[in-house]
Design a binder for this molecule. Structure first.
Ligand code: NAP
Length: 284
């Protein structure tokens, strides 16, 4: 039986820190406020938005939703972001992604003020991560995976870590964060040969494919620490990770569940970055 690495404990720990920081900032008349920009009314976005607002309320962060038609032009969206950049009552800006296909994402990423970029969209903030500077905004999902490892005191230095994902939102920034902490990182993807041999040699395996129950027991061994970032629906329409949990949990050392693992930490990372953005507003 594996040790189950539950996300809630990690999220609660981060939220405690956030509450203390908000109290300190309120004494300086600074009130962290998140602007959420949603285009259209995709049910997934609305449910994510509700969860963010609830989480903001629970720690004392103000939130403001700006809903726009999904047919908004790149120029109109860019102007809206400019207004939010200049609005001193807004600490951080979150633009829901993926953006509609007709929007030029490059323009939007470059428009958002790097000081308010709580979802790490701006190339400057991503560049910092790639330079090994982890003091600014980070993409929330890989940062959440790192926080899980740290909270459960899983050693990273000198360990072999296999990351199965090479996207800019998960795999690549995560590889940089792990390197910063002196892991030896192997980044895998759809063209990796004999993936099970790579994952079996690793001490820690992070998977983020978005393919329910893809990884069975052949990918792991009794010492494996398994961090499952994938979220998708299984054959019965139930939320599932990339790992076939029932088969893998009995044979590995540690594992994150889905739901209730990395995903439950992601929003707390976002909230923490809103507080950080509020701190940064002192330098503006
Ligand atoms: P993505 O851009 O589609 O990336 C998927 C990655 O998996 C790619 O690098 C792809 O390789 C690789 N891959 C696909 N099939 C493979 C295979 N058979 N063997 C090895 N590698 C394979 O997706 P994403 O945006 O990074 O998200 C990935 C997953 O993370 C999704 O399930 C998403 O829901 C989840 N996610 C979770 C959170 C959270 O908070 N928990 C947040 C964001 C995303 P190629 O590069 O070769 O195509």
């Amino acid at each position: 039986m594996a040790e189950v690495l539950k996300g809630k404990l990690v999220a609660d720990h981060i939220k405690e820190r956030i509450r203390a920081n908000i109290e300190r900032l309120s004494k300086e008349n600074l009130f962290p406020t998140l602007a959420i920009v949603r285009l259209g009314s995709n049910p997934g976005d609305i449910s994510y938005e509700k969860s963010i607002i609830k989480n903001c309320d629970s720690v004392g962060i103000k939130s403001k939703v700006i809903e726009k038609d999904e047919n908004i032009t790149t120029e109109e969206l860019s102007n809206l972001i400019e207004e939010l950049n200049e609005d001193n009552s807004i600490s951080g800006i979150l633009v829901f992604r993926p953006l509609p296909k007709h929007i030029d994402e490059e323009v939007i990423r470059n428009k958002i003020s790097p000081m308010k970029d709580v979802d790490c969209m701006h190339p400057l903030n991503l560049e910092r991560i790639f330079e090994g500077d982890m003091s600014g905004f980070a993409p929330c999902t890989p940062k959440a995976a790192m926080e899980v490892l740290k909270y459960y005191k899983i050693p990273i230095e000198g360990k072999n870590v296999a990351v199965v994902n090479r996207s800019m939102v998960v795999g690549k920034p995560l590889a940089m964060m792990l390197l910063k902490d002196n892991a030896t990182v192997t980044v895998c993807h759809s063209r990796t040969k004999d993936l099970h041999e790579v994952t079996n040699k690793a001490d820690i395996v992070v998977v983020a494919l978005g393919k329910a129950k893809f990884f069975d027991e052949k990918y792991f061994n009794e010492k494996s620490v398994v961090i499952d970032v994938g979220v998708s629906l299984d054959e019965n329409g139930k939320i599932s990770g990339d790992v076939d949990y029932d088969k893998v949990e009995p044979i590995v050392d540690k594992i994150t569940p889905v739901p209730g693992g990395v995903g439950s930490v992601t929003t707390s990372i976002l909230l923490n970055q809103v507080v950080l953005a509020c701190e940064k507003s002192k330098d503006r």
